[in-house]
Design a protein around this ligand. Structure first.
Ligand code: 26Q
Length: 801
């Protein structure tokens, strides 16, 4: 048996088919004749999981043996998507699995697609956390992700009459194969109550408490060399069941404590900025942060007996301010519960904690009212005050404080409690220094560092784009998979007609796949020869989906006026969810759907232009769209998109970007070359100045007939004939305040789009540009990003052989 395990570790494909059948029988309880797709998927998942577990144990053993520093990534969101295909890719089981199912007469692709997405995140921040976990395992850095095991992830989106309709997401209704319940790792987390002085010490006596129970998911890296753990906390009642009430016949009340406790991990907040002042949100934040810290200290105590070693052995990364309460909570654990001096507790916590900022939008910076926080976390309020006071003592010129104007500013608090604070792109990092953190940066000029985001090449090239991956591997071998800068070696191959033709053929085949899928699943007929122009991301005014649809309207009008001008055919594809309470964003969705209906039904323009809004955009849909994209829309108002990560996935898969100088677009353009990127729009500095110009929008409209006519069509009901006023909010906003400068950037956007048209018409030249985007995107691997964190922030090493 030991020999079998050894063999399987070296050659995971051995016996896969037999294992699938064994799992089907003894775990799922089915025979092959009666197994459904679901049954096969569970059986395959168990067979794959077994092969991960061996490596997972080995990784943990190594970490203990070496006394290695551990990295803890605290995040409210992990947007993982499907796990099965990822595990199969990293264990290199794809061929064996395909073969096994061919022999069994089962549609392997359908088995993989049966898995629901783990959508425990809103967008970029959550997906970044998932890429980081995979890279940490690939690199072999001992690490844990800590988050919440939401019963319901991000809502499912559908359209009714073009309007977004939300339905609860139910990924946990089916048995979740990848997690291991850990009833022994259980902590009681308190809320509310009072603080009692016991001699020199303060004792927090909460009035309310829930249990945090751990669920572990192994995250396996490339080639199965290493596996880390994602530990998610689920809330349950301390006293789950009120027997007295039950016996009195009040069954609902009897179950109430359990229901109430469980609300804490019930659902992911679907707003990707901030929903102000929600008590349950603050409870979620403290719940998972406190449980994680207790777990981290428990593990530390099991290995070391001197708490002063904490910063040498533990690095805790705060993914935005959502776990910012970790600062005061760690100080509380060290000072109140372990008796360290307050100043030393702060110093140790600061040496351990670091903080990533993901946004500078003023409305997205987390602030909690003192009233709410004081009620829920009375001890922490006092500690925050003392942290402020200590920081003011250390820095007499300090201006702001974490506690100010009746609120707790979580950005300030995180900055003060972290030894490093990082931005997620070069531009964003500079803007942090110049705006939101200007004063703190003056005081601590070495604290802010840049770690530009990245994406994992295993999911975002190897697995989602098998055609391009095969071509790349054929050209340069397969070392690129965990050394993405090797893609540069493709450049000399651009003079090889066979390679270039292969590149074009891969893209075309991906587009045919997508067209077929849209025809079958969505009744949409599009021409795979057309340019596939894709904007997929959360719907936000600053991301400017409305700029894109305005351009589509103007283009439609121009084609109608002049149908024989030799238009380059285009399919404009949109995908993305709006926060349920974000009325304006929902209006934008409806407008795009209304425009799509009118434009697609126009016989004059339809050979040249189609508009498509695919519902329920998620990780799996991204994996389908990105390999098939020609043009990547990254058109945010400069200064507003902290980084973007979709932009990197597109470039890596050979799409050209049309974009502003915002976030990581700047760095993408520098690397892929300005001639392979369609740049338009104002710079971040110009944006700030333009807002000071009176009537900037009206002036831009008056100067551009196309824009004027497009807005007029919306206003006159061209896309909502039964309700002309439907888009009054949008047109009034654009003609008036237009904070995101859609009108001011329109003319230049139009120009860049027509340049893209012209470039697309020369298909050989286009393919070359596309291939250069792939060849020059190697730097955007999240492996590079993680190495940056390890070196500059965590001082952590790799244990990979
Ligand atoms: C906070 C408090 C209350 C309710 C909701 C929130 C909340 C939830 C999610 C606030 C922000 C988010 C998500 C932010 C996000 O995804 N930011 C994106 O992060 C990416 C990774 O760094 C960047 O590439 C994007 O530019 C940035 O927008």
């Amino acid at each position: 048996n030991n020999r079998n395990i050894m063999l399987r570790a070296q050659m995971p494909h051995i016996g896969l088919r037999e294992d699938i059948l064994r799992q089907l029988a003894y775990v799922v309880g089915k025979d092959p004749e009666h197994a459904t797709l679901y049954d096969w998927r569970i059986a395959l998942s168990h067979a794959v999981r077994e092969r991960i577990v061996d490596r997972w144990f080995a990784s943990t053993r190594r970490t203990y043996e070496e006394g290695a520093k551990r990295v803890y990534y605290l995040s409210m969101e992990f947007l993982i998507g499907r796990l099965l295909e990822d595990a199969i890719t990293n264990l290199r089981l794809d061929e064996a699995a395909e073969l096994a199912f061919r022999e069994l007469g089962i549609d392997y692709a359908a088995v993989l697609l049966d898995e629901p997405d783990a959508a425990l995140g809103n967008g970029g921040l959550g997906r970044l956390a998932a890429c980081f976990l995979e890279s940490l395992s690939t690199i072999g850095c001992p690490a844990y992700g800590y988050g919440i095991r939401y019963e319901h992830g991000l809502f499912r989106q559908s359209f009714e009459d073009g309007r977004q309709v939300e339905a609860p997401e139910t990924w946990l209704l089916q048995h979740h194969v990848w997690e291991f319940e850990r009833p022994e790792a259980m902590f009681q987390i308190g809320f509310g109550g009072e603080v009692r002085e016991a001699g020199a010490r303060a004792v927090w006596e909460p009035t309310e408490a829930v249990f945090a129970e751990a669920y572990d998911t192994p995250i396996v890296g490339w080639q199965g060399r290493w596996a880390n753990t994602l530990r998610l906390w689920s809330a349950r009642a301390v006293d789950p069941f009120d027997l007295e009430r039950f016996n009195l016949g009040d069954y609902v009340a009897a179950a109430a404590p359990e229901a109430l406790a469980r609300t804490i991990s019930r659902v992911l907040y679907p707003d990707d900025t901030t929903e102000p002042g929600k008590e349950l949100r603050l409870k979620q934040e403290f719940f998972f942060t406190a449980a994680s810290l207790r777990d981290i200290l428990r593990r530390f105590d099991s290995e070391y007996d001197d708490i002063r070693k904490l910063p040498a052995k533990v690095a805790i990364q705060l993914n935005d301010t959502h776990p910012a309460i970790a600062g005061p909570e760690l100080v509380r654990l060290l000072h109140d519960e372990r008796g360290l001096e307050f100043d030393e507790a702060v110093a140790l916590a600061r040496g351990t904690l670091s903080y990533t900022n993901h946004t500078l939008l003023p409305e997205a910076l987390e602030k909690w009212s003192e009233g709410l926080m004081g009620r829920l976390l009375p001890r922490h309020m006092t500690l925050i005050e003392r942290i402020d006071a200590l920081h003011a003592r250390e820095n007499p010129t300090r201006k702001a404080a974490a506690r100010a104007n009746g609120q707790v500013n979580m950005g300030e608090l995180s900055f003060v409690m972290a030894h490093k604070v990082n931005g997620v792109s070069a531009l964003h990092t500079e803007l942090m220094k110049a705006t939101v953190f200007e004063d703190l940066h003056q005081l601590h000029p070495d604290r802010i560092v840049n770690q530009t985001n990245g994406v994992t090449p295993r999911r975002w090239l190897l697995s989602c784009n098998p055609r391009l991956s095969a071509l790349v591997t054929e050209a340069i071998g397969e070392d690129w998979v965990d050394d993405l800068e090797q893609l540069a070696r493709l450049e000399p191959r651009l003079s090889d007609a066979g390679f270039v033709e292969g590149f074009a053929a891969a893209k075309r085949a991906n587009k045919v796949d997508l067209s077929n899928w849209m025809a079958q699943g969505h009744d949409l007929l599009v021409d795979p020869e057309a340019m596939f122009d894709v904007q997929i991301k959360r719907i936000h005014e600053y991301k400017r989906q409305h700029l894109n649809i305005l351009e589509a309207i103007a283009l439609w009008q121009e084609i109608r006026a002049n149908p024989d001008a030799g238009w380059a055919p285009r399919v404009k594809i949109f995908g993305g969810k709006a926060a349920p309470g974000y009325v304006f964003a929902k209006k934008i969705i409806r407008l795009i759907n209304d425009v799509a209906r009118v434009v697609n039904a126009d016989p004059v323009t339809s050979p040249h232009l189609k508009v498509v809004f695919l519902p329920n955009y998620n990780v799996s849909l991204a994996e389908r769209l990105i390999p098939a994209a020609d043009l990547s829309e990254q058109i945010s108002t400069a200064g507003k998109e902290a980084s973007g990560t979709g932009n990197m996935k597109f470039a890596l898969n050979g799409a050209l970007t049309i974009g502003t100088l915002d976030g990581a677009n700047v760095e993408i353009r520098e690397r892929v070359g300005e001639e392979n990127f369609f740049l338009f729009g104002m710079t971040a500095d110009e944006v700030v100045n333009r807002r000071d110009i009176a009537n900037h929008a009206a002036k831009a409209i008056a100067a551009d007939t196309r824009l004027e006519l497009a807005l007029k069509a919306i206003r006159e009901g061209a896309f909502s004939p039964k309700e002309r006023d439907r888009y009054r909010d949008i047109t009034d906003n654009l003609a008036g305040p237009d904070y995101f400068l859609v009108c001011s950037d329109f003319a230049d956007y139009w120009r860049a789009q027509r340049e893209a048209d012209a470039a697309y018409r020369d298909s050989a030249a286009w393919t070359r540009k596309a291939a250069l985007n792939t060849a020059r995107s190697g730097w955007f691997s999240s492996d590079r990003t993680i190495r940056g964190y390890m070196g500059e922030i965590w001082n952590a090493g790799s244990l990979n052989p």
